[in-house]
Ligand binder design. Structure first.
Ligand SMILES: *Cc1c(COP(=O)(O)O)cnc(C)c1O
Length: 401
């Protein structure tokens, strides 16, 4: 056994989260794609079966009240809250991340406009996940703003009296770079504007501290590190003191103060329900709720510590096994700048990833030349990491440049 394989064994033996893996449905594949679709928690199929057969099949319409369907969006929001450093009552679950980016960003522009005229620029991370850029463009057209895409490092210099709202990613989906949420939030606030953070690649992977850092609005995904299942509903955070002023661009009957009043005039609900739109997607939502049970008793700090240990160890194994110069690491080395994934730039990355998957190491390929490996501390171990790097080196030898 190699020195690195022995180290992996020792690290696994002293890993306080190691037992969590048994709470997931996994096989002998090394699954490093939990940043795209989290693995299935063992308890979910039974719960979904119960929701379908008993709650829907037997109780039917009664389940809206008797099975707690109606209150699920806020109840599940409160389960996510501690994972992102939010007190209860500020998160609602529902709709996709894309839709919530729209609600949050237009809502942010409307908040900024309350403080006076002249705020007519939406600043967006130029390297963002495409959907965020498209939606920010549309939000800008709708609100009479100009869209200003800037590199995250240049955001502070782009802010000023014209800034209406800023949309940023906590972790870059491609490179795995972690952005400095506290200091960027403070910079946006100093310019007098609200900030919207996208937590897709940080919720469930590292501490976020929404309340602590005074974030205004945030959105996040639940099918990545939160393991909610394909297309699981996203979440929207509106800070408590902003909720009464939050003017959603998608008011629906579900966010009405009196949803069953069936009134012609819209009057928004108070609190987190104001972020709702229409009827919640109950089956997905309750699958997510069951999936969140795996977090019981898991401190996010422990998840973060293991995540950094996993990515450090992966980088070390890649350096030891892969021929020098064959791949270039896009993910920053300093812990304070690293999310929970490692991105490697590599020629023929598409073919390399196909071969890796064929040999039981599942990551993903991002156009044009990026291999992405996501490290989900609840079910990835150090032996997985060593094997992934070893197989990567073998595959890279088969695919000459
Ligand atoms: C995954 C991801 C999304 C996904 O949006 P959907 O509406 O769920 O398809 C959005 N933004 C970022 C930054 C992401 O990483």
């Amino acid at each position: 056994m190699s020195e690195l394989a022995l180290r992996a064994e020792k690290l696994d033996a002293s890993d306080e989260l190691a037992a969590k893996r048994r709470e997931f449905v996994l096989d002998d594949v090394v699954y490093l794609d939990g940043n795209s679709l989290g693995a299935l928690p063992v308890a979910v199929p039974g719960r979904v079966g119960d929701v379908v057969r008993r709650e829907w099949g037997e109780l039917r319409i009664r389940s809206w009240t008797e099975s707690g369907w109606w209150t699920a969006p806020e109840r599940i929001g409160d389960r996510i809250a501690p994972l992102v450093g939010a007190a209860a009552g500020q998160i609602v679950v529902g709709d996709s991340t894309s839709v919530n980016v729209f609600k949050a960003l237009v809502g942010a522009v409307r908040l900024a406009r309350e403080t006076g005229p002249g705020r007519d620029e939406i600043v967006v991370d130029a390297t963002t996940f495409p959907t965020n850029g498209y939606i920010a463009g549309s939000a800008a057209r709708m609100t009479g703003c100009t869209l200003r895409p800037v590199a995250p490092s240049e955001v502070p210099g782009a802010l000023g009296g014209r800034t209406a709202a800023v949309l940023l990613n906590h972790v870059d989906y491609r490179t795995g770079r972690l952005h400095d949420l506290p200091s960027l939030t403070a910079a946006v606030h100093a310019a007098g504007a609200p900030v919207v953070w996208d937590l897709c690649h940080s919720a469930g992977a590292l501490p976020v501290g929404l309340d602590e850092h005074g974030v205004d609005l945030a959105v996040g995904c639940t099918y990545k590190y939160l393991n909610g299942g394909p297309g699981a509903p996203a979440f929207l955070y509106v800070r408590a003191d902003l909720q009464d002023r939050f003017d959603s661009p998608l008011p629906g009957w579900n966010s009405h103060a009196e949803p069953f009043g069936m009134r012609a005039e819209y009057r928004p609900a108070t609190g987190a329900p104001r972020g709702r739109v229409g009827t919640p997607d109950i089956l997905s939502m309750l699958a997510l709720e069951a999936a969140l049970d795996v977090w019981d008793g898991v401190p996010v700090d422990a998840v973060r510590a293991k995540s950094l240990a996993l990515t450090d160890f992966f980088l070390e194994c890649v350096e030891a096994y892969v021929a020098e110069g064959r791949v270039a690491c896009l993910t920053p080395r300093p812990h304070g700048e690293r999310g929970s994934q490692v991105a490697l730039r590599c020629e023929d990355a598409g073919e390399v990833m196909e071969r890796l998957i064929g040999r039981g190491v599942v990551g993903d390929f991002r156009h044009p030349d990026v291999l992405r490996f996501g490290f989900t501390p609840l079910y990835v171990g150090f032996a997985d990491v060593e094997r992934a790097a070893r197989v990567l080196a073998e595959v890279l030898e088969e695919v000459p440049v």
